[in-house]
Design a protein around this ligand. Structure first.
Ligand SMILES: NC(=O)c1ccc[n+]([C@@H]2O[C@H](COP(=O)([O-])OP(=O)(O)OC[C@H]3O[C@@H](n4cnc5c(N)ncnc54)[C@H](O)[C@@H]3O)[C@@H](O)[C@H]2O)c1
Length: 337
């Protein structure tokens, strides 16, 4: 903290990242949020043959403990480890918190979505352990370890307690993946004993998908927790229930450091055209403000975004069936602060 202000690391990211980060910075300046942004470059370097993040960026996040991150493009099939994965591993961000709440003023088939999903963020199907057995036969290893299960499941119980939700629901496929998902599930049963005030439930992933799209209401009092890939897919599905990726925030949580980011990617198809919707990054920053206990600023910004979205198609971006560009949308939010 310097001069009464908090310093937060800003990773602008690729593609639309630059445009949506600029919108966030303009809105924060207008709302007089006591934050100084420390911009860092995370263009990867090779260290001992492995993808690594430049030291200056690592040191900034370690110093500030909180970062806001735009999307980073991952080159496909070039042997690169995803920079997103590298960030999560570097800072041990073991839980990915993804809330989805219906946006008043943006009509979707359901008005009552209020889900919270916690995705294991460091291993599982995303361990990156793949190899060729023989030409034409490849193998990908889903790694599940008890310590990683314990910390993400414990985080889910703590989150349920902190937010007044009475139940943690493990979403799994232990019927098929008896050992890996079986370990996740048995660990949850063990951890649940530490939280007698919170109920533990378990549900098969396919069943959860079916039930949530049929009626999201029963998932309101629940914190869902699951292995990495299931969380990736199910959270996008929940995002679809409220209007898509342009509206969905997330937080990558560790014991010390937290990095908040939109769920969407760098949207190369609209990058540089002034069309991007900054809402997801902005709502991620609102999660960040609440994490930093700056709740008044969080409420102020969240209310202004929601009022702007409800104000009509001329003020919202095309992904929300509006006609506005990023700049006009941002100006309208600032007017409503
Ligand atoms: N956390 C991350 O940094 C992250 C997450 C997902 C994808 N990616 C990367 O992003 C790149 C592009 O991925 P993709 O095309 O599969 O997914 P994407 O999320 O970038 O885009 C999917 C679709 O949604 C639209 N869209 C996404 N965000 C939007 C926004 N804020 N406003 C308006 N429209 C928006 C895009 O125009 C596109 O049509 C890839 O390199 C991928 O690896 C990064």
């Amino acid at each position: 903290m310097a001069q009464g202000k908090y310093t937060v690391t800003m990773i602008e990211g690729d593609g639309i990242g630059v445009e949506i980060s600029a919108a966030v910075k303009d809105i924060y300046a207008a709302a007089k949020v006591p934050i100084i942004w420390e911009a860092v470059d995370v263009t990867p370097i090779l260290k001992d043959g492995k993808t690594a993040i430049p030291d200056a960026a690592i040191n900034s996040v370690k110093r500030n403990l909180v970062a806001l991150k735009g999307p980073l493009a991952t080159p496909i099939g070039k042997g690169h480890v995803s920079l997103n994965l590298t960030l999560r591993r570097t800072f041990n961000l073991f839980a990915n918190l993804r809330p989805c709440r219906s946006v008043v003023g943006y009509k979707t088939p359901y008005d009552n979505v209020d889900t919270v999903l916690i995705r294991e963020n460091t291993e599982g199907e995303y361990s990156g352990i793949e190899h060729v057995v023989v030409e034409g036969v490849v193998q990908s290893i889903k790694l599940i370890t008890r310590p990683a299960c314990e910390r993400v499941i414990r985080y889910a119980f703590q989150h349920a307690r902190a937010t007044g939700k009475p139940k943690v629901l493990v979403v799994h496929k232990a019927t098929i993946m008896k050992m890996s998902d079986g370990l996740f599930l048995s660990t949850a049963k063990k951890i649940a004993k530490e939280y007698p005030d919170i109920e533990l439930g378990a549900e098969l992933l396919d069943n959860t998908c079916l039930k949530i799209v049929t009626d999201p209401e029963p998932y309101k009092p629940v914190v869902m927790v699951m292995p990495n890939l299931y969380g990736d897919i199910l959270s996008d599905m929940c995002s679809g229930l409220i209007g898509g990726l342009g509206l969905t925030p997330s937080g990558n949580m560790g014991d010390e450091v937290s990095i908040f980011e939109a769920v969407h990617g760098s949207a190369p198809d609209i990058a540089g055209k002034g069309l991007a919707n900054p809402t997801a990054l902005l709502l991620s920053s609102v999660m960040m403000l609440r994490h930093m206990k700056l709740n008044d600023y969080a409420d102020k910004i969240e209310n202004a975004v929601l009022k702007t979205i409800a104000s009509g198609p001329e003020n919202i971006t095309r992904d929300l069936k509006g006609t506005a560009g990023t700049k006009h949308f941002t100006e309208q939010i600032i007017r409503r602060l």
